[in-house]
Ligand binder design. Structure first.
Ligand SMILES: Cc1cc2nc3c(=O)[nH]c(=O)nc-3n(C[C@H](O)[C@H](O)[C@H](O)COP(=O)(O)OP(=O)(O)OC[C@H]3O[C@@H](n4cnc5c(N)ncnc54)[C@H](O)[C@@H]3O)c2cc1C
Length: 410
């Protein structure tokens, strides 16, 4: 009888393509439920990944429940407000991004590579197998009982469920949406970092965004003690191929040249000094690529799904991309758990469909939220037009989101 019941379980082995942010969280959550999860990651475990990322309460809650928050918090810059300031330092508005009191968590700015390593370490420690250097090339077959992924090195993985957490240029997505490709939105961030001592006297409240004719310039402490600063300069630019973006990212002199329009008297001295004297070392560029809206994150048969940027990469909007990707992972785990129960035998596709429709709606709400962080000046972003005034509970729907409530919604 026991064996028969085990055979009735729908998802006992899950292959996750991509070990970025959402992949390790999904694997770790599944492993904690006793469901075997394997991550296939195209890159090595450690590779240079410049820059920082903001984590806000909706994802910090997930990391906390999984027991990985303390490792991530260590050395991170904690803050509650992002300030929009004029050239003279006067305040235009503020956007609340965290609050221990209201949402249970202060927002954190963390180094990307440190975050990724912490998540992969936690997954591996819990027993998840992570196979590095495994580039998924697509889904070969999908039947009512299994799906098979193929890899560049000729290997294959046959499991109960394949999840594409393989980012904006997802190969798994092509199985569900063959006609959907990522699109370049015409903008990019050029980012860099430098020591506080090289920055001189910054009198404004930090972190902050300074708008001006060249675009928006954001400046933020990157570590706990504010010893290192990171900046993001918004640049409009032409479309490039992936290879051309890679070449541009490696050409530090060119990146510095591109940010020279910020050396203008429309910006404060600190910005002008920064763009002309920034050390070339830490400079990098991030093109804004999006995935056009798709109506479903699950295949027709229900043995293949996509999460995170693979499903809904969007323009930076209030630092939400990573956080909603973690929400996807945590809620998909709850759906898989439900599909595996005896009561839901035979209903797995329906359970995934419910997960799918709730997540598609949530993502639409987040993507549409006017959280442009001042980065959409001149657009219809009300924060940009009126300044940031949302220091109230209007954002509870976003930061208060608790994936634990998801079980009830399913
Ligand atoms: C400039 C910029 C700033 C941002 N700032 C923030 C921020 O402050 N806060 C925030 O929450 N979000 C931010 N985001 C968004 C955030 O980075 C993404 O939403 C998040 O990384 C998505 O996580 P993911 O796991 O879905 O994908 P990723 O983090 O992209 O991970 C995908 C993984 O899949 C691997 N992979 C790719 N292809 C394959 C393949 N074929 N086979 C196997 N593995 C593969 C990759 O190597 C990678 O490890 C920002 C994005 C940009 C561009």
């Amino acid at each position: 009888m026991r064996n028969l019941f085990r055979m009735a379980l729908h998802f006992t082995s899950v292959a996750i393509m991509g070990g970025g942010l959402s992949g390790p969280i999904l694997a770790l959550s599944l492993q904690k439920l006793g469901i075997k999860a394997t991550i296939y990651e195209s890159r090595p475990k450690h590779y240079p990944q410049p820059g920082t990322i903001v984590l806000i309460p909706n994802s910090l809650r997930i990391l906390d429940r999984l027991g990985v928050l303390s490792a991530i918090k260590e050395g991170a810059f904690a803050f509650n407000l992002f300030n929009l300031v004029k050239k003279d330092g006067s305040m235009i508005g503020r956007l609340i991004m965290g609050s221990e009191e209201r949402y249970g968590y202060t927002a954190l700015r963390v180094y990307r590579d440190k975050l990724r390593s912490a998540l992969l370490d936690a997954a591996e420690k819990s027993g998840v197998e992570v196979k590095y250097g495994m580039r998924c090339t697509g889904i070969e077959t999908e039947t009512s009982s299994q799906a098979t992924a193929t890899f560049e090195n000729g290997e294959k993985a046959q499991v109960d469920l394949i999840v594409g957490a393989d980012g904006v240029n997802s190969k798994v997505r092509a199985h569900i949406h063959p006609d959907i490709a990522s699109e370049y939105t015409g903008g990019m961030f050029i980012t860099g970092s430098l020591g506080r001592k090289d920055l001189g006297n910054v009198e404004w409240p930090l972190p902050c965004v300074i708008p001006g004719p060249a675009g928006q310039f954001a400046l933020a402490p990157a570590d706990e003690n504010g010893e290192v600063f990171t900046f993001f300069a918004w640049i409009n630019g032409q479309e490039r191929t992936r290879e051309e973006w890679r070449v541009l990212g490696a050409n530090k002199e060119e990146l510095r040249k591109i940010i020279q329009p910020y050396d203008s008297d429309a910006y404060p001295d600190v910005v002008r000094a920064l763009v002309t004297e920034i050390p070339l070392d830490g400079l990098g560029c991030w093109p804004f690529q999006i995935v056009p809206k798709v109506e479903t994150y699950v295949s027709d048969i229900g043995r293949v799904a996509i999460i995170g940027d693979a499903a809904h990469a969007s323009k930076p909007n209030g630092g939400q991309g990573g956080s909603v990707s973690l929400e996807d992972a945590a809620t998909l785990t709850i759906a898989i758990k439900k599909a595996n129960t005896k009561e839901n035998f035979g209903e797995a596709r329906e359970v995934l469909a419910k997960w799918d429709s709730i997540r598609v709606q949530r993502i639409e709400q987040v993507v549409k939220a006017p959280m442009g962080m001042g980065m959409n000046m001149g657009s219809d972003d009300p924060f940009a037009k009126e300044g940031w005034t949302k220091e109230d509970d209007q954002l509870f729907w976003l930061y208060g989101y608790d994936t634990e409530d998801f079980e009830e919604a399913l």
